[in-house]
Write a protein that binds this ligand. Structure first.
Ligand code: FAD
Length: 497
């Protein structure tokens, strides 16, 4: 028997790697790296983390076979040639169709495969499905989050939430003072193993879309992942909540945790991350409830929620397009070549390090595509290729449903916003050539005309939505000339992007 460890399952504390003393197998598949024009830091992070995992487990006395192969199928074929009729055991993969593909590959190679649940997550399939049975659809994250808080006891005081409220989001929308200077996050410069991977990535994959990325900075070992967690909890957790939604020109990380990469690779488990934050809240006076609750909501609530929404919503979710959006993705998503200061800064961060924080993703990058009418599959493909933490199970529900309002699975309103939001939550507008206060005219911020045009176009669907209805009051108060000018400005912007 052999334990097969997939590239985003690099956990040694749980699952078959922990439970069984058998030989381990990892396959570094080149085909997997060619599926999309991935950011080189994404390829480097995955392959380097796999190689470090191999080395760490070998150092701990485990037998690890590591196969560099053209594809997973080729790697497994080579494995079964060396070990005819072997039985593989693996944690169930998340990506839609991956389970069946894996079963077929193993069967074709004459082996056996046993798949076991992925124990890294807090909420099992059965627990989620039992929760759904008592819920109305579309599902609501807040209800799931409270269910999971009660079930786990995280931030609970008996039957009540610690602090008296379930959700402190209203306290988490401050913009930092001008002299705000959060401690820079720990960076993890490439060691010898990572440098070898970088060379291979450069030589093997066409990184043409991602010329000149910045220095690689992501943790790729368990030890570095733990030190990233320590750094976040010690230095940035306290401010995490308050400035969670802010966007600043020269602060790419603010007080975000930057833990999605190690979490999604398996180097950290969500439970240990949540427990570290709660322990700091209990031990320290400087960590306010809105910060710890905000953080727990992201990891315990959103991350677990989207995982199951994906499982239940695929394959339809990936192709969902209920707003009938068909425009191609503007080139600036790849090049950063746009006069809009906010989007230029966000794309620049993505080009440099394959990262933008949540509000940049939702309210800039995704919002623009939503307003512009970009096909959800096109913007999803870009996010999947561009971000180091992107894996199909997590990127797709976030982009297609939360960002593009395309599927009707859980979003209660579209995350559509005008320049008013960007100006309120960021310092980008001050240095931008566009005017956030103008709706029409060549100098008006493109977010404005596109926003009102979006509401106008989708009036039939959105006017009856109680969370959006009030906005139609503003549209109703505009005279026909202004509405025509907005349509005209939006049309000319669409022609150019
Ligand atoms: P923090 O802001 O510090 O949050 C803490 C942790 O909470 C994150 O590390 C992450 O694990 C979890 N989390 C927070 N929000 C979500 C969410 N909505 N879904 C899942 N987990 C969440 N997250 C990914 O991991 N991969 C993606 O490809 C991805 N694509 C996204 C695309 C769009 C359009 C949007 C709106 C969100 C996306 N997210 C994705 C969710 C979220 O933006 C990132 O998890 C977060 O920005 C990662 O940075 P961080 O680790 O500093 O997070």
């Amino acid at each position: 028997m052999t334990v097969l460890v997939l590239g985003d399952q690099l956990a040694r504390e749980v699952g078959p790697v922990a439970d069984r003393d058998e030989r381990l197998l990892l396959v570094e598949s080149e085909a997997a790296g060619r599926r999309l024009p991935y950011h080189p830091h994404k390829l480097t992070a995955v392959y380097s983390a796999m190689r470090h995992f191999r080395d760490d487990l070998r150092a701990a006395g485990r037998t690890v076979e590591y196969r560099q192969a053209e594809s997973l199928a080729a790697g497994l074929a080579a494995h079964f040639e060396a070990h005819p009729g072997d039985e593989l055991v693996a944690m169930r993969p998340h990506a839609q169709g991956a389970e069946n593909r894996l079963r077929d590959i193993v069967a074709d190679a004459g082996g056996d495969l046993t798949l076991v649940p992925d124990e890294r997550f807090v909420c099992s399939r059965d627990a989620f499905d039992a929760w759904v049975a008592d819920e109305d659809e579309p599902l609501r994250h807040e209800s799931f989050y409270r269910f999971l808080r009660r079930r786990t006891g995280y931030l609970m005081d008996g039957d009540d939430p610690v602090g008296g409220e379930w959700n402190y989001d209203a306290d988490n929308r401050e913009t930092p003072p001008a002299d705000y200077d959060p401690p820079p996050p720990t960076q993890f410069p490439p060691d010898e193993t990572t440098r070898a991977v970088q060379e291979r990535v450069e030589a093997t994959f066409d990184g043409g879309d991602w010329a000149d990325p910045g220095p690689f900075c992501w943790p790729v070992t368990r030890a570095d992942a733990l030190s990233a967690l320590d750094d976040f909890v010690a230095n940035r957790l306290a401010d995490f909540g308050t400035y969670q939604d802010a966007m600043l020109d020269d602060e790419w990380a603010l007080s975000h945790s930057l833990l999605s990469v190690p979490l999604n690779l398996g180097l950290l488990r969500p439970a240990e991350v949540i427990e570290a934050a709660i322990a700091a809240y209990r031990a320290r006076e400087d960590v306010p409830i809105n910060s710890v609750e905000g953080f727990v909501r992201q990891v315990l609530g959103w991350r677990e929620f989207v995982r199951h929404v994906y499982r239940r919503g695929m394959p339809d979710l990936a192709d969902a397009n209920r707003l009938d959006a068909t425009a191609p993705l503007p080139d600036f998503y790849w090049t950063g070549d746009t006069e809009m200061a906010c989007l230029a800064d966000a794309v620049d961060g993505v080009r440099s390090r394959g990262y933008a924080h949540h509000i940049e993703r939702l309210m800039l990058l995704s919002n623009f595509a939503l307003l512009r009418g970009v096909a959800p599959s096109a913007i999803n493909r870009w996010f999947h290729a561009a971000f180091v933490d992107a894996f199909h199970w997590v990127v797709t529900p976030n982009v297609v449903e939360m960002g593009q309002y395309a599927a009707g699975l859980f979003a209660s309103k579209p995350y559509a916003a005008s320049a008013n939001y960007v100006e309120g939550m960021s310092d980008h507008c001050a240095g931008c050539r566009f005017d956030p206060d103008e709706r029409t005219g060549a100098d008006a911020c493109p977010f404005n005309a596109l926003y009102w045009d979006f509401l106008d176009r989708h009036e039939e669907r959105l006017r009856s939505n109680p969370r959006v209805a009030a906005l139609y009051g503003h549209l109703d108060r505009m005279d026909e000339d202004e509405r025509a000018a907005i349509r005209e400005r939006a049309a000319s912007l669409k022609e150019r992007s």
